[in-house]
Design a protein around this ligand. Structure first.
Ligand SMILES: NC(=O)c1ccc[n+]([C@@H]2O[C@H](COP(=O)([O-])OP(=O)(O)OC[C@H]3O[C@@H](n4cnc5c(N)ncnc54)[C@H](O)[C@@H]3O)[C@@H](O)[C@H]2O)c1
Length: 256
């Protein structure tokens, strides 16, 4: 219940999927949660759900592709809860393109998936330093470490996240700020639901399909909460000697 007692966590893209599951789990574990989300209705709904269960949460409409929006979010978060101990860089877009991707498509995905997390860290770190330290957890992916068909854009951003994590871990260790990443396999969120339903599959069929659930050693797709738990671990003091790591949470996908 109290694994994040007295901690304040900023979670980007907290309105849906893995981000929402992480907001809810963090609140259950005692954190005050800042839901930094572009979609106002989705973000407010998550805050309401947390508050209804007795948790602490605050919505800040945030577009991580815009520096001024991030700066405003960090100031608002500090005003609401007085400190920031944890940043979860979760928000991302799924521009799934191969070699023919346009300049606009590249800029969109680089802005949200790479520059966004970098700037969220940039503006959260001074607040963490004032509080004596902190933890950053970035969302990588199996796509950080493998090639996948027609996914040059997305996989490039997720590979960048893996090395951003290591470089920031090096630069921030002296500030008592740990930086780690998780690398999920396929998770049952809107992008996976959309792609599998376009291919005519329901959840059971997607779990059994050799390119979806069947590609993981555990032969299924993950639920968002199964990713939220490893994020919780890395964000908590339980992971006090872990920094610079990419923890694969992929049902054995990359173990083969
Ligand atoms: N779903 C998967 O199979 C999977 C696998 C590996 C890694 N991941 C990673 O996990 C993270 C979450 O994925 P998900 O599937 O839960 O995503 P999702 O699309 O379900 O949720 C993402 C949330 O981020 C928000 N968002 C998007 N752009 C934003 C922006 N510019 N500013 C603020 N908020 C923004 C969206 O509104 C949405 O609420 C991503 O980093 C993704 O790359 C997902």
């Amino acid at each position: 219940m109290d694994r994040l007692k007295n901690k304040v966590a900023v979670i980007t893209g907290g309105g849906a999927g893995i981000g929402r599951a992480t907001c809810e789990l963090f609140a259950e574990e005692g954190a005050a949660v800042v839901v930094a989300e572009r979609d106002e209705a989705a973000g407010r709904e998550v805050v309401q759900a947390i508050v209804a269960r007795g948790g602490r949460a605050h919505f800040v409409q945030t577009d991580v592709a815009k520096e001024a929006s991030i700066q405003g979010m960090v100031a608002d978060a500090e005003k609401a809860f007085g400190r920031i101990d944890i940043l979860v860089n979760n928000a991302a877009v799924f521009v799934l393109k191969g070699i023919d991707a346009s300049v606009e498509e590249w800029r969109e995905i680089l802005d949200v998936n790479v520059v966004g997390p970098a700037l969220c860290a940039k503006y959260c770190v001074p607040v963490m330093r004032r509080g004596g330290g902190g933890a950053i957890v970035n969302l990588g992916s199996i796509s950080s470490v493998i090639a996948q068909p027609q996914m040059v854009t997305y996989n490039t951003t997720k590979a960048a996240i893996a090395n951003m994590t290591r470089c920031m871990a090096m630069d921030l260790a002296g500030d008592n700020i740990r930086v780690n990443a998780v690398g999920p396999g396929a998770v049952w969120t809107q992008i996976v639901q959309r792609l599998t339903s376009e291919a005519g599959m329901d959840r059971a069929a997607a779990d059994a399909d050799s390119e979806w659930g069947g590609a993981h050693l555990l032969k299924r797709i993950a639920d968002p909460r199964e990713i939220a738990y490893p994020i919780l671990f890395l964000a908590s003091d339980e992971a006090s000697f872990i920094t610079g790591s990419l923890l694969m949470v992929d049902g054995g996908y990359t173990a083969r």
